[in-house]
Design a protein around this ligand. Structure first.
Ligand SMILES: O=P(O)(O)OC[C@H]1O[C@](O)(CO)[C@@H](O)[C@@H]1O
Length: 500
């Protein structure tokens, strides 16, 4: 397709437009009774199960969406991203967040240079630095070990690390590694956020990490100056060198600010802010809190999804399927919003993270060549963990406008509870039985049965959402550092509106 041709002018788009009328005549109740259809609308990768049988699609819809992906040259564009081509045409940059979690021996080029050794150089620096801080061999200005960290940053230099930190906090292995340590975040320029971020902390035992790709963002720089004053007011100006470090692509400004460049951790202009959690932006604060080996598992999980995304045919490719279903729901069925409903409190910062990743990337009014679009792109993302959301906004989802729902379930809780005589959420045995179901139909029935046994868990929506309202579920075996990495990479790679 020539770059000036809009995707909506292709026969594939028009064919899908016409197909909307066929779908309007269907009802999910009837679609769900077709066991063959249900069987084919489940896919699995590395223990992650995507069930999209409750989307308003039939097999021809999927075929047409794959044809649309072909018209958009989606496969070539994904390859271009992995090959380091400058697909960020507005800034003339590569988009290489995949290189941030690539194995040491992989080769990923940008501007004719393999960037993976640079990535590993910084990872090795972070490993060494975080071990020094955590072991107490690096001490603060008064000779005390630094046990608390305040990460100052906003937007992409905040939301990804906050999401991962929140998700790891209750993972038993990560929690054990974080014993006696605290990681706080300071993003808002409102002084209340400053007060909260340092409440109860002692500057003598605190390390401040200033995280900013540009090192010019007004809020971050103001907050960094405030915390520099907090440190130097208590410990003297020379304490800044021991108590403040930075993560940035702009090492000149880091030095000007007064942070020793030897204590600055680099990343690169080919890392988009909202995709930067796998760079030093996330890896440094998370390694300080949990230790580098936990963060390495997180990176490995993200890499596993990158490989899956790059090499799996679209029919079985979880991020591609998620992305195409968004295109279908928003641009064809006209549903403007999507509810993100994780049935795990550990994922409470998932919706805010997705909001930036998705809504800062998509939803533009013009094509990449500046041509006004005649169709809606991008979705309005919002959400809350279940079951809290059920007692809040589900009423509208049940009875009002149609909002496609993404349910995210976790088979084995990070913190399971066993109560004698009661079936409690995330009971391993019941969950394994549920996951042993061969197809979506049986799976729906098992869900209903479990619901009838009063299982207060993520299965409830399977029963209550059997109207004509589309939903899907993404089920994870558990939530350890590896799975959390998979969750992150899934949302980054799912963001395929930009390819259309
Ligand atoms: O890391 P920086 O340069 O401080 O930018 C913070 C955030 O601001 C934004 O540019 C949006 O305002 C984001 O894309 C970015 O993540």
């Amino acid at each position: 397709m020539a770059s000036s041709t809009l995707i909506c002018d292709t026969p594939q788009w028009k064919d899908l437009k016409a197909h909307v009328e066929d779908i309007k005549k269907t009802h999910l109740r009837d679609l769900m009774s077709d066991s063959d259809r249900c069987k084919s609308f489940i896919t699995e990768f590395d223990g992650i199960i995507l069930d999209y049988s409750r989307q308003r699609v039939i097999p021809p819809t999927l075929d047409k969406l794959f044809q649309l992906a072909e018209a958009a040259r989606l496969k070539e564009k994904i390859d271009s991203m992995y090959n380091g081509e400058k697909i960020n045409s507005t800034e003339n940059r590569s988009v290489l967040h995949v290189a941030l979690r690539a194995a040491r021996d992989k080769v990923i080029q940008s501007d004719g240079k393999n960037v993976v050794p640079d990535v590993w150089h910084v990872l090795d620096q972070i490993k060494e630095f975080s071990e020094r801080i955590r072991s107490g061999s690096w001490v603060g200005a008064t000779g005390k070990a630094l046990k608390d960290v305040v990460a100052v940053g906003i937007g992409g230099s905040f939301l990804g690390p906050l999401f991962v930190h929140t998700a790891l906090q209750t993972d038993p292995e990560a929690a054990e590694c974080a014993k006696g340590r605290q990681l706080r975040f300071l993003a808002n320029v409102d002084p209340i956020d400053v007060a909260r971020s340092i409440a109860g902390l002692n500057p003598e035992t605190t390390l401040v990490v200033v995280v900013s790709k540009t090192f010019t963002t007004a809020e971050t720089m103001l907050n960094a100056r405030t915390l520099r004053e907090w440190i130097s007011g208590a410990l003297g100006h020379q304490a800044v060198a021991k108590h403040m470090v930075a993560v940035s692509t702009n090492l000149t400004l880091v030095e000007k600010f007064g942070i020793d460049p030897a204590n600055a951790f680099a990343f690169w202009d080919w890392v988009g802010g909202r995709y930067s959690v796998c760079s030093a932006v996330g890896v440094l604060p998370l390694s300080l809190q949990y230790g580098f080996p936990i963060v390495q598992k997180f990176l490995n999980g993200a890499e596993s999804i990158d490989d899956h995304f790059h090499s799996t045919p679209f029919e079985k490719n979880i991020p591609v399927l998620l992305g195409l279903l968004s295109v279908w729901n928003v641009s064809f069925l006209g549903y403007p919003a999507r509810a993100i409903l994780p049935y795990s409190q550990a994922l409470e910062k998932f919706a805010p993270h997705i909001q930036q990743v998705s809504m800062e990337s998509n939803g533009k009014g013009v094509s990449i060549d500046g041509i006004p679009l005649t169709f809606e792109t991008g979705e309005i993302d919002f959400g809350e963990p279940g079951t809290n959301g059920q007692h809040s906004f589900y009423q509208l989802i049940h009875q009002g406008r149609i909002i496609p729902c993404d349910f995210i379930g976790v088979m084995r809780s990070q913190q399971p509870i066993y109560l004698k005589g009661e079936v409690v959420s995330n009971h391993d045995e019941l969950m394994s039985n549920f996951f042993a179901q061969p197809d979506a139909l049986a799976y729906g029935k098992a869900a209903e049965q479990l619901f009838n046994e009063k299982v207060p868990n993520h299965l409830i929506p399977h029963k209550t959402f059997l109207g004509n309202r589309p939903s899907l579920s993404l089920l994870l075996p558990t939530l350890n550092a590896y799975n959390i990495g998979q969750v992150c990479a899934n949302i980054y790679q799912k963001n395929i509106y930009k390819y259309f």
